[in-house]
Structures are given as structure tokens and as C-alpha cells.
Design a protein around this ligand. Structure first.
Ligand code: HEC
Ligand code: HEC
Ligand code: HEC
Ligand code: HEC
Ligand code: HEC
Ligand code: HEC
Length: 317
């Protein structure tokens, strides 16, 4: 009897998980029923062309069949960084809340806001070397899973995290709260919850410094140099107090997003950086070197805004 109850409990938990997944992730990502057809969209059992039984011998190319600039299976065109409603008429995920032709929240791999990108994350499996990956800031070390692709950050089968972010990234457990899932999904307004920096910290651990005053703390030198603090509220009483809410007031029409808006107002990695790619222009002093430590006209370090507007919107010096 006890055994049957345990089996029933396990079955119920699985059923609940499936139900939650169904409302939590868009497109073919998760929410699978016992008789789902979804697997066949990406896998072949005996005649696969790629490892992990994938129909295409490259994860990036597989994602592009739907999310690419000529993809037909998803409204989000991550290459041009734009929402093209109607590319997948049978899937309504995000349609109600995302404006047609809106720039995507992740940025774009080739274009962002119709301008060619000046930096992007290398998702075509060309490198595994990430800055501050268990080593000092300014130094690179290889990722545990080898060269980076889309699935290094996203789980194509859905996940309990925001935007199907993997629950394990680079061997590190990652928890990013879901904030606009289900019918409320919105791909053009940031609504981040807790843990938004956790994804970045999984591969760039040395950049995740959260103690007050890390920009003047001598202890930081041994980890790669003094560094800007993250995951704090934008309002504080230290040196260089930010003038006003960078998200709601901004500066000259420029704004920067915060996480947990209204409650914590946290400055996270994505307040300054885009995860996919950016077309920000780097000129003058912002175009005077190679990374780490300085941007150039051909490497904008995924920064959201031109030059150092990412500093001025908050500090207004
Ligand atoms: C949108 C495309 C897509 C769909 C739909 C999909 N998969 Fe996958 N699957 C992938 C990719 C890409 C990988 C490789 C991920 C990686 O490299 O980390 C993978 C890996 C796997 C793996 C091995 C790694 C792991 O996560 O355990 C299994 C097992 C698997 N898929 C089973 C399934 C089954 C069963 C279904 C249907 C319920 C399914 N997949 C639906 C794309 C997909
Ligand atoms: C470095 C981690 C990372 C990699 C690599 C990555 N993504 Fe993302 N992606 C994110 C994050 C973080 C978001 C959430 C952006 C937000 O809401 O602010 C996102 C959002 C998305 C979205 C929702 C639309 C949007 O732009 O907000 C889609 C679709 C997507 N990614 C697909 C892909 C595909 C396809 C690839 C490979 C070509 C890829 N991602 C590679 C981190 C990544
Ligand atoms: C068969 C088509 C198809 C394939 C292949 C596909 N996707 Fe999607 N994906 C969709 C659709 C449809 C949505 C819903 C939003 C939209 O229309 O863009 C979506 C949404 C997403 C989202 C947003 C999830 C959320 O929580 O809001 C991410 C991230 C994503 N896909 C990543 C990927 C990655 C990474 C791959 C490759 C491993 C991939 N997709 C392959 C069709 C696809
Ligand atoms: C799966 C591991 C992984 C994750 C997660 C990840 N990165 Fe990266 N990142 C890399 C690798 C590898 C590189 C070096 C290759 C490249 O430029 O894409 C890199 C490069 C960068 C660069 C330098 C880009 C340039 O062109 O100069 C910045 C900035 C960056 N990451 C920020 C972030 C932020 C912010 C996040 C969170 C949204 C993040 N990364 C998440 C692996 C990762
Ligand atoms: C979203 C708002 C925001 C943005 C954007 C921002 N800052 Fe800050 N900055 C802060 C906050 C909040 C602190 C206080 C951190 C602390 O409590 O230690 C701070 C602290 C500082 C300090 C003092 C550090 C110390 O510990 O002595 C300097 C210098 C600084 N920022 C420069 C910059 C530069 C340069 C940029 C652009 C790359 C920038 N900030 C972007 C909010 C911001
Ligand atoms: C306040 C804005 C701001 C925040 C927050 C921020 N960065 Fe940066 N990041 C920059 C700027 C600006 C650069 C370009 C180099 C410079 O001027 O220091 C940069 C460069 C980088 C680089 C390229 C290598 C290098 O050292 O130049 C990586 C990797 C990176 N950031 C990761 C992160 C991660 C991970 C987080 C969160 C833990 C984060 N950043 C938070 C502004 C920011």
C-alpha cells in the first residue's frame, strides 16, 4: 500500500510539473504531453545527423531554423534582434504583450535596433574561453562544457528559470526567477526578478562582486583589480550617488533597466550589458584599446548604450 502511494505521489508530482511547464515556456520548449510530437521537431532516433540525436549537426543551426532571420518557426528573430509577429501563426506566445517589430530584450546577434552589431556572444561554437571563469577578471579560462552555443544558456526542453535558462550552466546551479511567464509573456519590456545576474556569474564568476565599496576595496586587487559592485540597489549613500532612477527617469531619453523594480531596484549585469549582442558605438576614449578593460569600435563589450552612456544615466557627472 505504502509503495503504491509513493508511486502515485511521484506520478502526481510529474503531472503537476508537466502542467506548470506547459504554462511556463513558449513554443516547442517544454510542457510536453505523454504523446507529444515535439521531440521529432529536433531529434531522430536512428538516423540523426548530429550528436545527441539532433536532426541538424549543429545546435546553433537548429535554433536558426525557427529563430534565425529567415526562420519560420518563431516570432523572435534573434539574429536581427526583432519581434516579427506572424512567423509562427499557430504559436501565440508573447503576441498579446509584444509590439510588432519591437527590439528584443536580449539584443541581437547580427543587428540591434537596425544597426550592425559591434559585439556579440560567440554562439557558433568557436570558443570556450570566458573572462573571469574561475580565474581573475581580465583573464580567460575554458568553459566546462566546451565551446559555447545557444544551449549553453538555454534549455531547449524548457526549464523552471526565466526564458528557459538552464538550471545548470558551466557546471554551476543557476536560479533566475520567472516573472512574466504564461499568458503575460512580454519580449519587449524588462521585468526581471531575483537572480538575474546568476546566469552571467556562472561563466564570469570573478565579475560578480556584490560587497559595498568594491570599487575602492584593496582586497579586489588580488582578484583582477577594483571593480564596480553589482546586485545592489541603485540608491545608496556612498561616493558618487546616482542622481535619479535610471529606469523611470533616465537621462536625455536614455534609460537602463533594473531588476525587481520597485522593491529592490537592483543593478544587475544586464543593466549595463545585453546577453545576445549590441550595436552600441564606441568612439574617442571608448575606442582606445582591446578588451579586457577597454572597448573599441569593433568590440563594444555587449554594452547597451553608446560609449559610456551606461555610466552617465546613473551618475550624471
Ligand atoms: C527545440 C528543439 C528540441 C526539442 C523540441 C527537443 N529537444 Fe531534446 N535536445 C535538443 C538539443 C539542442 C539538445 C542538446 C542540448 C545540449 O547540447 O546541451 C537536446 C538534448 C536531449 C537529450 C540529451 C541531453 C539531456 O538533456 O538529457 C535528451 C535525452 C533529449 N534531448 C530528449 C528529448 C525528448 C524526449 C524530446 C521531446 C519530449 C526533446 N528532446 C525535444 C533539442 C530539442
Ligand atoms: C550568454 C547566455 C545566452 C546565450 C549564449 C544565448 N542566450 Fe538567448 N537569452 C539570454 C538571456 C539572459 C535572455 C533574456 C533577455 C531578457 O529578457 O532581458 C535571452 C532571451 C532569449 C529569447 C527571448 C527573446 C529575447 O531576445 O529576449 C530567445 C528566443 C533566445 N534568447 C534565443 C537564443 C538563441 C536562439 C541563442 C543562440 C543563437 C541564444 N538565445 C543564446 C541568454 C543567452
Ligand atoms: C520548431 C521551432 C523552434 C526551434 C527549432 C527552436 N525554437 Fe525556441 N521558440 C520557438 C517558439 C515558437 C517560441 C515562442 C516565442 C516566439 O514565437 O519567438 C520559442 C521561444 C524560445 C525562447 C523564449 C522562452 C521563454 O521562456 O520565453 C527561448 C529562450 C528559445 N526559444 C530558445 C531556443 C533555442 C536555444 C533553440 C535551439 C536549441 C530553439 N529555441 C529552437 C520555436 C522554436
Ligand atoms: C555559458 C557561459 C557564458 C555565460 C552564461 C555568459 N557568458 Fe559572457 N562570455 C562567454 C564567453 C565564452 C565569452 C568570450 C567569447 C565571446 O566574446 O563571446 C564571453 C564574453 C563576454 C563579454 C565580452 C564580449 C566582447 O565582445 O567583448 C561580455 C561583456 C560578457 N561575456 C558578458 C556576459 C554577461 C553580462 C552575461 C550574462 C547575461 C554573460 N556574459 C553570460 C561565456 C558566457
Ligand atoms: C544603474 C546605476 C549605475 C550605473 C549604470 C553605474 N553605476 Fe557606478 N555606482 C552605482 C552605485 C549604486 C554605486 C555604489 C556601489 C556601492 O555601494 O559600493 C556606484 C559606485 C560607483 C563608483 C564608486 C566605487 C567605489 O567603491 O568607490 C564609481 C567610481 C562608479 N560607480 C563609476 C561608474 C562607471 C564608470 C560606470 C559606467 C561603466 C557606472 N558607475 C555605472 C550605480 C551605477
Ligand atoms: C555599471 C555597468 C556594468 C555592470 C553592472 C557590469 N558591467 Fe561588465 N562591463 C562594463 C563596461 C563599461 C565594460 C567595458 C570595460 C570597461 O570600461 O571597464 C565591461 C566589460 C565586461 C567584460 C569584458 C572583459 C573586460 O574585463 O573588459 C565582461 C566579461 C563583463 N563586463 C562581465 C560582466 C558581468 C558578468 C557583470 C555582472 C556580474 C557585469 N559585467 C556588470 C560595465 C558593466
Amino acid at each position: 500500500m505504502k509503495k503504491i502511494l509513493i508511486v502515485l505521489a511521484v506520478a502526481l508530482v510529474s503531472a503537476l510539473t508537466l502542467t506548470t511547464m506547459a504554462s511556463a515556456n513558449g513554443g516547442p520548449h517544454g510542457g510536453f504531453t505523454p504523446t507529444t510530437d515535439a521531440c521529432a521537431g529536433c531529434h531522430r532516433t536512428h538516423t540523426a545527423n548530429g550528436p545527441k540525436l539532433l536532426i541538424i549537426n549543429n545546435t546553433y543551426t537548429l535554433c536558426m531554423t525557427c529563430h534565425g532571420n529567415t526562420g519560420t518557426g518563431a516570432d523572435s528573430n534573434v539574429i536581427d534582434g526583432i519581434w516579427l509577429e506572424g512567423r509562427n501563426p499557430t504559436d501565440t506566445t508573447g503576441d498579446a504583450n509584444t509590439a510588432i517589430n519591437a527590439p528584443l530584450l536580449g539584443g541581437g546577434f547580427a543587428f540591434y535596433k537596425t544597426i550592425a552589431t559591434t559585439s556579440n556572444h560567440a554562439v557558433q561554437e568557436t570558443t570556450a574561453a570566458a573572462w573571469g571563469n574561475g580565474v581573475n577578471r581580465g583573464v580567460t579560462a575554458n568553459l566546462a562544457g566546451g565551446n559555447m552555443n545557444c544551449a549553453s544558456c538555454h534549455d531547449p526542453h524548457g526549464s523552471t528559470n526565466y526564458r528557459t535558462i538552464n538550471v545548470t550552466v558551466n557546471g554551476v546551479a543557476v536560479n533566475v526567477a520567472q516573472v512574466d511567464e504564461g499568458a503575460a509573456k512580454d519580449y519587449d519590456t524588462e521585468q526581471w526578478g531575483a537572480g538575474q545576474s546568476a546566469l552571467c556569474a556562472a561563466c564570469h564568476s570573478a565579475y560578480h562582486q556584490t560587497a559595498a565599496g568594491s570599487g575602492s576595496d584593496l582586497g579586489m586587487v588580488a582578484t583582477g583589480g577594483y571593480t564596480h559592485r553589482v546586485d545592489m540597489s541603485y540608491t545608496y549613500a556612498g561616493p558618487g550617488v546616482p542622481n535619479q532612477n535610471p529606469e523611470t527617469v533616465g537621462l536625455a531619453g536614455l534609460t537602463l533597466p533594473l531588476a525587481q523594480t520597485g522593491t529592490v531596484n537592483a543593478v544587475v549585469c544586464q543593466t549595463c550589458h545585453l546577453p545576445h549582442g549590441s550595436s552600441a558605438a564606441m568612439t574617442g576614449h571608448a575606442n582606445s584599446g582591446v578588451l579586457p578593460g577597454n572597448t573599441s569600435a569593433t568590440d563594444s563589450a555587449l554594452l547597451r548604450l553608446d560609449n559610456r552612456a551606461t555610466c552617465e544615466v546613473c551618475h550624471q557627472k
